[in-house]
Design a protein around this ligand. Structure first.
Ligand code: G3H
Length: 255
């Protein structure tokens, strides 16, 4: 029975790769909508994939969220992580502290026995504050490091869920609804064609910076995220997807 289960997921991975037109997909058993610890299994798979890459003196940018917290839980040290630096991908997005990229980045580095840098930016920035902050020497240096990240690990959220969880203003929630946003990643909101319809104003990695990254791992599961995952992957960013059976089956039914 174990063998059958494994080959069943292998088959699902093949079908999903083809349906989504992406080079690599990893599916873990279960559905994280029903069983939260499935996020740790996705975390284990994401860490496993990360470790296949040469990590010495690399910059790894990470986002926030409960799924990335699961990745941090499963992080382990390895001999080739000397000089590897974890940084948050973008500044404040309105998350609670345990879901913030800074928190997750520090935890990953601690578990990997390596270094991290934190980005301290308020969640809501006026244009003037934004312009002066990015000129601050400490911030400017760190921004360059973040933008140079060769490796990015990020979550994908369902648009409305994320806007509400981050206590976005009613204007923003209305905009997201009117523009039919279905997905969120890095503080960008996407419609079902993968077009950006809203972007949270914060400093850090921008979507176009991802084109220069060598390894981008998207970690997102649960059947409730199927449409979000599909929409995000339409942006054309060459991400490796780590997901769960719940999302994978819902995705294949929908495509
Ligand atoms: O950007 C996406 C969100 O951070 C995903 O959050 O992992 O808690 O669903 P989540």
């Amino acid at each position: 029975p174990v063998m059958n289960e494994v080959s069943g997921l292998d088959n699902l991975e093949e079908r999903l790769k083809e349906a989504l037109n992406i080079p690599e997909v990893f599916i873990v058993p279960g559905d994280s909508d029903d069983t939260p610890w499935v996020k740790k299994e996705m975390g284990r798979a994401a860490v496993g994939r990360l470790k296949k890459f040469q990590l010495t003196r690399r910059v790894i940018a990470v986002t926030g969220g409960t799924t990335l917290a699961g990745v941090a839980d499963m992080m382990i040290p390895s001999s080739d992580m000397e000089g590897t630096l974890f940084v948050p991908a973008r500044g404040g997005l309105g998350e609670q502290v345990e879901n913030q990229a800074n928190t997750i980045c520090a935890k990953m580095a601690r578990k990997a026995h390596t270094d991290y840098r934190l980005l301290h930016v308020p969640d809501q920035l006026s244009e003037e504050a934004y312009q002066s902050l990015i000129e601050e020497p400490g911030v400017k240096d760190l921004l360059e490091i973040i933008k140079s990240a060769g490796i990015v690990i990020h979550g994908i959220g369902e648009a409305k869920t994320m806007a509400q969880r981050r206590k976005s203003t009613l204007d923003v929630i209305d905009k997201i609804e009117q523009e039919h946003a279905v997905a969120e990643a890095f503080g960008y909101y996407f419609n079902q064609s993968g077009e950006v319809v809203h972007k949270v104003k914060t400093i850090g990695l921008q979507l176009e910076d991802l084109e220069r990254s060598e390894l981008v791992i998207a970690v997102a599961g649960g059947r409730s995220k199927a449409k979000a995952i599909e929409a995000y992957l339409k942006t054309g960013i060459q991400s490796i997807l780590v997901t769960d059976e719940g999302a994978a089956k819902a995705l294949l039914e929908g495509t």
